[in-house]
Design a protein around this ligand. Sequence first.
Ligand code: SF4
Length: 406
Amino acid sequence: MKHRIELLSPAGDLARAKIAIRYGADAVYLGGKKFSLRSRASNFDIEDIAEAVRYANEYGAHIHVTVNIIPHEEDFEGLEEYLKTLESIGVTAIIVASPSIIKLAKRVAPKLEVHLSTQMSSTNLACVKLYERWGVDRVVLARECSMEQIRHICKNTELPIEAFVHGAMCANFSGRCTLSNAMTLRDANRGGCAQSCRWKYHLMDKDEMISEPEHPFSMSSKDLLAFEHVYDMMKANVASLKIEGRMKSGYYIATVIKTYRMLIDELERTDAPLSPQRVAYYANEFTKAENRPTCYGFLDHEPDEKDHLYGINGAGVTHDFLAVVLEDTNAQGWTKIEVRNRFAKGEIMEVFGPSIDNEQFVVEEIRDTDGMILDLCNKPMTTVWVKCPFEMKAEDMIRRGVRHDC
Ligand code: SF4
């Protein structure tokens, strides 16, 4: 393999950016409060971005900032200054979707890499070659590319190529959709998509309702889960694997990034495709983050009706996230944790973190902060102590474990 493939995580705020970096992301993309799509997912002011850069540097990671607004005339006000500031605080790259912003960035902030956003729907070599001539430093391919097309593009360009492997798909071509605008005045191309495609609708033929009232119609895609294609992407010389989800929780980010980190490290070590047993292992790991139905997107076939969700919303956040570790385990084997979901004495807990891979134990003893013995924890955000046979570190996460009977 020619290079180490980059694992690129989303982050909706500084806390999640730090989680992504600690759990193994090589780079994090985030949106500033201005000039970014997904404005609802963007909580970074300049101080936060500077802190994210400082934190990333400690881990040898990079920060990419989305400046992917489709700009109208009035949107250019302050943009030049903003780009210069991003450059001066050490941001590695900006992600853009407008030729005018590419041109401006190259002129006023030449040290910033310019990555072409997936909003540009790059699905063929000719457009990648064009962006090469424009001085773009990386192209984020459209989610609508097949594996064969990704291979072909990577083989025939010197430009680093970024490809999506995980997260939500858009039922239209990545935001080229007016559903949300028309129904909620929230513009999908200006960061406001209300995911109207996932709402429930009655299907009408003229005046006749043809969907059954108890089975309303929806039209969202299943989510992309393409970890089985990571080895192919490494072989194809893809530069970066992109995870979607700036709205996702810290637990989701930790679970998904940790799992991809383990996967990429394993593939680099073995330089061989995953065995069926390892495929099953990783598939199970990803369900611990969320259980929304998934598909391979466009990677191995044109999506068909099996890759869509008609009639069900499919939302499926698990309630397996139990707690966050607040302090390192003490000398007596007690660990202070913050509760997130209900658990009881006798349950199996699974601990994972930057330096611990899915260690399980049975909760034998729980105490509250006054030292009183508890049998049940059912109040989120309260602090309790649990006895554990191995050491946990502050900020490790705890989820529900599974008993493996032989
Ligand atoms: S409403 Fe659905 S199809 Fe339209 S942009 Fe949003 S996610 Fe895509």
